[in-house]
Write a protein of this length. Structure first.
Length: 449
């Protein structure tokens, strides 16, 4: 007798971004602006997410200080005060089951360093780590590493494909059973289980291997957020989770089906990749309460920062020649920055006839992700619709403020999703791969017993 398939359930990530994802989060009267730099607060947030049974917590990152002018930078929160990998290493000891995903750029860190750091995090967390691969899209990051401007978009992604190949090779330095620790035979490891890397490619030359044993998950879960054509090609080849910014169910379904359709070309099936659009939920016990929360933060947006946010995501485009209430210009140059976000913002402004001010007000809460305002039932209805109609495998939750927005979602929306059978009530596995329903990759050269 066959065992019936379990009902499909959502995957949920908790996105930790400074003290909240809204552009004005740090100015909220109930928010502690310095909390994102303190381990006590971070431990509290992680435990809230784990108690709610989120699949993972997620840290974004960049590798440079924005600006100048410093007088403008001073108005904004610094969203990435701590190194995300070191932070997750600490949080791995304060949590037991929740996954731990951090962003690291393939452009500015040698593959060996990344491979060893993630192999270590996976050991320390007993199999809960994930790597969000980015290529970095800003000139200020490039200047941190001696460059005058960022590397061209296509070149960054070509380099990233080779980077992933090298990193996987390093993670496969050791077979799972290579370390025999045979004291009597005086043999710490079995040499047949060691596979040194010998890579010479267009961008990287690596000979050697990791000292770190193979990760409990085989590989940390591979995550990506790029939605451009180059980004989707990289995701189809290697990503296991994709974060994406989508504004409508129709657009989300098109992205979902289009990306999954690319997988067979790489010998992969649809269930090997989970697609999680970002959502920024303002949830209240009544619709008015939710609307009040939204409007309170919207009222704190500094116009200088609003315009600056658009400029950054458009690829450092200068908008100073336009009045703030002018229609959003549709003739802006294509840059080497975040191409998918450039396209999203331009399409959104054109579709809704938005001015520059109206566009930054629309995206300030979630940087182009989907902002939701309503009761727990309202939000669950919309999430269920996207999930059940081929638009998502789950969602990355961008709390507008921390910890308040996270606690609201955990206390109100999670129970509603659980009541509908759409989300777990308990963890059933121990690793991040378990939570996501992803297979552990076998060692490509494992010996047959």
């Amino acid at each position: 007798m066959s065992v019936p398939d379990l009902p499909r359930q959502m995957h949920l990530g908790a996105f930790f971004f400074g003290v909240g994802h809204h552009l004005a989060a740090w100015r909220h009267p109930e928010v502690d602006p310095g909390a994102a730099s303190r381990i006590g607060a971070l431990r509290e947030w992680a435990r809230v997410a784990e108690a709610a049974k989120f699949d993972a917590i997620f840290f974004a990152d960049n590798v440079g200080l924005p600006g100048p002018p410093d007088a403008v930078v001073a108005k904004n929160a610094l969203w990435y005060p701590l190194d995300p990998l070191l932070t997750l290493a600490a949080l791995s000891q304060a949590t037991e089951r929740i996954g731990l995903v951090a962003t690291v750029s393939s452009t500015y860190l040698p593959p060996y360093h990344l491979a060893r750091k993630y192999a270590t995090l996976d050991q320390l967390s007993e199999g809960r780590s994930g790597w969000n691969l980015v290529t970095s899209g800003s000139d200020f990051e490039a200047r941190s590493f001696g460059l005058d401007q960022q590397i061209a978009h296509a070149d960054r992604y070509t380099r990233a494909r080779e980077y992933v190949q090298v990193v996987k090779g390093l993670w496969d330095t050791w077979e799972d059973d290579a370390f025999v620790h045979d004291k009597e035979a005086n043999r710490f490891f079995d040499p047949a289980g060691l596979h040194r890397v010998a890579h010479e490619g267009a961008y990287y030359k690596v000979h050697g291997g990791l000292q770190t044993p193979r990760a409990p998950q085989g590989y940390p879960v591979l995550v990506q957020a790029g939605s451009s054509g180059d980004g989707q090609d990289l995701a189809a080849a290697s990503a296991e989770v994709v974060f994406t910014a989508q504004q409508t169910a129709e657009d989300a379904r098109a992205f979902y089906s289009g990306l999954k359709a690319r997988l067979p070309a790489y010998g992969r099936t649809a269930d090997q990749l989970k697609i999680l659009p970002g959502i920024s939920p303002f949830v209240g016990r009544t619709r008015q309460e939710a609307q009040d929360k939204f409007e309170q933060l919207q009222g704190l947006i500094d116009p200088v920062l609003g315009v600056g946010l658009l400029s950054t995501f458009l690829g450092n485009v200068d908008l100073s020649g336009y009045a703030i209430d002018d229609p959003f210009p549709q003739d802006l140059p294509v840059t080497e920055g975040w191409k998918s976000r450039q396209e999203l913002f331009s399409r959104l402004a054109q579709r809704d006839g938005l001015s520059i001010r109206q566009l930054y007000e629309k995206v300030a809460g979630a940087r182009g992700h989907w902002t939701m305002v309503g009761t727990a039932a309202d939000i669950a209805d919309q999430l269920e619709h996207w999930f059940s109609t081929g638009a998502a495998d789950g969602f990355n939750v961008l709390a507008p403020t921390l910890p308040h927005g996270l606690k609201d979602f955990a206390a109100l929306v999670i129970p509603e999703l659980q009541r509908r059978g759409l989300f777990r009530t308990e963890y059933t596995g121990r690793t991040l791969r378990d939570h996501l329903g992803l297979a552990r990759p076998a060692h490509p050269k494992a010996r047959v017993a």
